[in-house]
Structures are given as C-alpha cells and as structure tokens.
Design a protein around this ligand. Structure first.
Ligand code: FES
Length: 238
C-alpha cells in the first residue's frame, strides 16, 4: 500500500504538527504586535524603550528587517516550515514531494532585505542618542545608571548585528572585483575584511540582539511597574 507521503500528501499527524508550529509562530507574532502597539511605553526616567525609538511607526520596518534576515529565514524554513530543509537540492524538500518553488507570494518580501537594511542603518543613531539623553535626563546632572548601560549594550549589539548583515557585504564589497590585486582600494579592503570577520557571528548576533532588545523593553516596563531594578553608578552636578 502506498503511504500518503509517497502520494505527495502529508499524513494527518504531520499536517497537525506543521500547523501547530506554524500557528504558534503566527500567534507569537500577533501577541508581540499587540503588546507593542496597544501598550506603548513612554520615556520613563529618561529611558526610551528601544522598540519605540525614534517612533512607534518604525516597528514594522524593524520587524521586516528582522523577519527577512537570513539567520531567521534559515531558522523558520528549517525548523518551523521544515521546508526547504537545506540548500542541497537532494535534501531541501523534494524527497517529501514538496517541490521547492523559491521565495514567492508573501515570501517575495525576503528579496527586499537589502532595503530594510538601509532603513535599519538610518535608525541606529537614535539608540545612541537615547543612551546619551538618559545620561542627562535630569537638568544639570550627569547620571550613569544601570538602565543607561543596558541601552548602550543594546545599541552596540544592534549595530554589530546590522553591520554583520550579509547584505551589508554588498555595500562594503560590491563593485570591487579583486581585493587581492595591487590596485584594490586598501581602505575598503580593510573594511570589507573586518565586516567579513563580523559576518561569521551574524547568526549569533541576530538572536542575542533580539533577546537583549526584548529584555530592555521588559526591564523598562518593570521599572514603570515600580520594581527597584535600577542602580545609579555615578551622579554628578554639571
Ligand atoms: Fe541578517 Fe541581514 S542577513 S540582518
């Protein structure tokens, strides 16, 4: 008797598992969107929540930059959709009769990752500005607190994640055919090699920066709820 898999269909348990994972993923996204949009955080004691910097309206752009990132794409194709399972043609999904058709319909959005990167680069300076503002939030004082350091840590991680992006390599390495040639522009070569080094850690940076940005959001919400989680390291009159 032929199995349903050989006939090109999933068995019921497989279908349920696939749907269970897919719907959990969609539900998580909807919940995150609801928390962020329906319960915004205003600057609190000089702290601007990184999700709202510079404005709540950047959230969709940042979200698109995240979901089209190659690190997350690899993860949701392999572990959530389970298709394609790999780059190699023989194991990327054809064997279970789900012919790989490339990134079409909604997933055609992934092709615009480069443009979301450009938007992401424009947003980066605001995180450093928020850090700076948190230091001088009280007129006449310089105030270094735990929250300020968390804002800085988050800004640095987001920067590392952004500049280690695969599409960023196009910015640094594009239009130069040979970096080992004598005529290669040396400054760009150094920049390209540095970025290539960072690129090796891109996947880790993608996930660590996501955890940290969510952590900072929760931290600021916890402070607003009255939890005594902030500490002042230095406070001096200017
Ligand atoms: Fe991950 Fe571009 S590939 S941000």
């Amino acid at each position: 008797m032929m199995s349903s898999k050989k006939e090109g269909r999933f068995s019921v348990p497989e279908l349920l598992e696939f749907n269970w994972r897919m719907w959990s993923f969609v539900l998580l996204l909807l919940l995150a969107g609801a928390v962020l949009f329906l319960n915004p955080v205003n600057p609190y004691h000089g702290y601007v929540d990184p999700f709202y910097s510079p404005t709540v309206f950047v959230i969709p752009i940042v979200a698109l930059f995240r979901v089209t990132c190659y690190a997350y794409r690899k993860d949701y194709y392999r572990h959530v959709f389970k298709h394609p399972l790999a780059c190699r043609a023989d194991i990327r999904g054809e064997k279970d009769n789900r012919a790989y058709s490339g990134e079409r319909t909604l997933f055609a959005l992934n092709n615009f990752h480069r443009y979301f990167l450009y938007a992401g680069i424009l947003i980066l300076p605001f995180f450093y500005w928020d850090f700076y503002k948190s230091l001088i939030w009280q007129t006449g004082y310089f105030d270094l607190r735990l929250g300020s350091l968390l804002l800085l840590f988050n800004a640095i991680l987001l920067t590392l994640w952004t500049v280690s992006c695969h599409a960023f390599r196009h910015l640094t390495g594009g239009r130069t055919d040979c970096y080992s040639c004598k005529a290669a522009p040396q400054f760009r070569k150094k920049f390209y090699l540095g970025q290539s080094f960072l690129n090796k850690f891109h996947e880790n940076l993608a996930f660590i920066s996501l955890v940290v940005v969510i952590g900072v959001d929760i931290y600021i919400r916890a402070l607003m709820a009255g939890m005594p989680l902030d500490f002042t390291f230095i406070k001096v009159l200017l």
